[in-house]
Design a protein around this ligand. Structure first.
Ligand code: PEP
Length: 251
């Protein structure tokens, strides 16, 4: 039985002081009772170090929203895997559709970042998903398969178990229009079958596949009750303590 994993992708929101106030409040709420899921928060880089200090005695885990694939050097503005590890991150979001579209990240680049994260003992949260146009053309599975194939190139079965896959249909991200539980389950099941064929049943059975795209307290329970949906990657709704807790309580 896979334990659900709820992760919050804060994106470019909250300055240092706002981030700290938010995490203090979230911690207070999370600690009110035992939780049935793993909880990950992914604030901006500037808040990671202080965030770790606040959550250190809790089960809340820390993730970053990006890394570069080199160890160090002349890469102005970039942040390395070792850097985020050194402030207590265990996870890193890679392949997010905003990185793919706005920052033109290719599947090959994402693969390099995934390999680099794994090399440093981090758990990538590897995002994949189709655009509305691709869904309407009926090529969702082809897109997802290609993203998996290229993004996971040269990843071993042992390494794959360190990765969380996040299926995030692009048309559902930040739009308020979530995939229906049936639509999401269909793709999650396709992903698990693909991993079964490529990596074997043991890996496919254990790997966490999150759904992301307009998850809210109101729709979380139905999405999370699908057999192949093992958690959620949450954007907008993770920016309010009440709604993030509402999603956590749906587990
Ligand atoms: C995301 O950005 O990963 C995301 C799922 O955003 P939202 O929940 O706002 O759709």
């Amino acid at each position: 039985m896979r334990k659900k994993v709820i992760a919050g992708n804060w994106k470019m929101n909250y300055n240092f002081h706002q981030s700290i106030a938010f995490i203090e409040k979230l911690k207070e709420e999370v600690l009110k009772k035992e939780r049935n899921c793993d909880i990950i928060i992914c604030p901006n880089f500037i808040a990671l170090s202080e965030a770790k200090k606040i959550i250190k005695d809790t089960t809340i885990k820390l993730g970053a929203q990006n890394i570069y694939y080199e160890d160090s050097g002349a890469f102005t503005g970039e942040t390395s895997a070792d850097m985020i590890k050194s402030v207590g991150c265990e996870f890193v979001i890679l392949g997010h559709s905003e990185r793919r579209t706005i920052f033109k990240e290719s599947d090959e680049l994402i693969n390099k970042k995934i390999k680099q994260a794994l090399k440093h003992g981090l758990h990538p949260i590897f995002c994949i998903g189709e655009t509305l146009e691709e869904r309407e053309k009926g090529i969702t599975n082809n897109i997802v398969e290609r993203q998996l194939e290229l993004g996971l190139s040269n990843v071993t079965p042992e390494e794959l178990l360190k990765i969380i896959i996040a299926y995030e249909p692009v048309w559902a991200i930040g739009t308020g229009k979530n995939a229906t539980p049936e639509q999401a389950q269909e793709v999650h099941s396709f992903i698990r079958n693909y991993l079964n064929v490529e990596y074997g049943l043991v890996v496919a059975d254990k790997i966490i596949i999150q759904y992301g795209g307009s998850v809210k307290p109101e729709n979380a329970k139905d999405l999370l009750s699908q057999p192949d949906i093992d958690g959620a990657l949450v954007g907008g709704a993770c920016l309010k303590v009440d709604s993030f807790i509402g999603i956590i309580e749906s587990c």
